[in-house]
Design a protein around this ligand. Structure first.
Ligand code: SF4
Ligand code: SF4
Length: 398
């Protein structure tokens, strides 16, 4: 029988069909079919790979409804590499059936935004938008999704090509800023550098890093991922550093797992956690949303985030019941699956609201975007911040 996808069956056959992943999958409650979570999606992949099922739009739709949060991998007792299976079947899906206009354009835009012209356009847009009296703009997408999107800033990419020296240097870190910090959240980038310097690390920001390629990899666009990876590795080779630091766990996961760097990759919070830095709060009640890729891809322990929050004198931490559930963003997923993304987001916002925290912290710029969007839509009044911003604003003495 003709095989429709070249896939090592060892990958799919590791699944013992226990169904544990159903309990943590954010999409299953809204699909309620076997193909709505990892076990069913893996069975489809295996059947297609064996040639028992043709690769049709109907089949591939089941994979497109996956947020690629990888909570299934995190809970799986058998070490099933779900991401690797899906990436290969989605690559074949792209070659045979295409990826749809919105996803293709979105991925192309991410590739082009880090060209000279792309960066210039974003800065110019930022300059034009500077005068607008609000931080986010309600943006409709052709799929029906509507999101409060952050404005680019005139200072976008402003950290590029600079070195920020620590007073007493104990090491040198290359900061892989990532597209969202580059274009929208430059202040977060500055705050990560401030924290690294305070912890004793000189920070080098490469001049010409492009998108890490994780959105392309997760979408099965392997040629685009390889192009971006090759470019970034060449650029990184130009600098001397002891390790890489990120403030986006999706970038960090890609660098750790798919770039095969010979240097360690750290989440910024891990570096701060190991330092003796303390923080001075102002009596706020805080809660935290643990980004899926921080534990499913980067394997950062949640104790690192909570440990840092406990170090903020005067503030109080109230843990949300479902602090590790997906926020519904998942990059392009929120645009291509707007109804499901909105439902997952609503569940998250309701859970955060129950904590009665004034400030919701998280450690991923994508989650920041989606939680800000969520609190605005559901009018909860909670403030959402990247953990790096909150810590840098509340620095105390070492
Ligand atoms: S938890 Fe792992 S082994 Fe169990 S069904 Fe899910 S993927 Fe398969
Ligand atoms: S990656 Fe996330 S959405 Fe996809 S099957 Fe696994 S748990 Fe479900």
């Amino acid at each position: 029988m003709q095989k429709f996808v070249e896939l090592s069956l060892d990958l799919t056959q590791k699944c013992v069909k226990c169904g544990l992943c159903k309990s943590v999958c954010p999409t299953y409650p809204y699909i309620e079919e076997e193909a709505g979570y990892a076990r069913g999606r893996l069975v489809l992949a295996e059947m297609v790979a064996k040639g028992e099922l043709p690769l049709t739009q109907e089949v591939s739709q089941q994979w497109d409804q996956c947020a690629m949060c990888r909570r299934c991998e995190w809970i799986c007792p058998n070490g099933v590499e779900y991401k690797e299976v899906l990436v290969h079947v989605k690559n074949k899906q792209r070659e045979s059936l295409g990826q749809g206009v919105v996803k293709s354009l979105g991925l192309k835009a991410l590739e082009l935004m880090q060209t000279r012209a792309g960066r210039a356009l974003i800065k110019l847009t930022g300059k034009v938008m500077e005068a607008l009296p609000f931080e986010e703009i309600k943006t409709p997408f052709p799929t029906g999704a509507v999101k409060f999107m952050p404005k680019p800033t005139a200072e976008a990419f402003g950290l590029r090509g600079k070195v920020f020296k620590a007073e007493e240097e104990r090491g040198k870190l290359l900061f892989f800023t990532g597209c969202m910090i580059d274009a929208f959240y430059g202040k977060t980038g500055e705050n990560v550098i401030k924290l690294m310097n305070k912890a004793g690390y000189t920070v080098v920001v490469p001049r010409d890093i492009k998108c890490c390629g994780a959105p392309h990899y997760y979408s099965g666009n392997l040629p685009a991922f390889e192009r971006l990876k090759e470019h970034n590795l060449k650029e990184m080779e130009k600098y001397e550093f002891d390790g890489v630091v990120v403030a986006c766990p999706t970038c960090g996961g890609a660098l750790q797992e798919d770039y095969k760097l010979d240097k360690p990759v750290y989440d910024f919070a891990e570096i701060v956690f190991k330092s003796p830095i303390r923080f001075r709060g102002s009596g706020n009640r805080l809660t935290f949303h643990v980004p899926c890729h921080s534990y499913s891809a980067m394997k950062v322990k949640e104790e690192v985030f909570y440990g840092l929050m406990e170090r903020i004198d005067g503030d109080q931490v109230k843990r949300a019941e479902k602090d590790k559930s997906c926020c519904g963003f998942a990059g392009l997923f929120s645009v291509t699956n707007p109804d499901m993304s909105d439902k997952i987001q609503r569940e998250k916002i309701e859970d955060l609201q129950k904590t009665q925290a004034k400030v919701v912290l998280t450690a991923c710029p994508g989650c920041v975007l989606n939680l800000k969007d969520g609190v605005k839509k559901h009018k909860t009044g909670q403030e959402v911040m990247h953990l790096a911003d909150y810590l840098a604003e509340n620095l105390g003495e070492i």
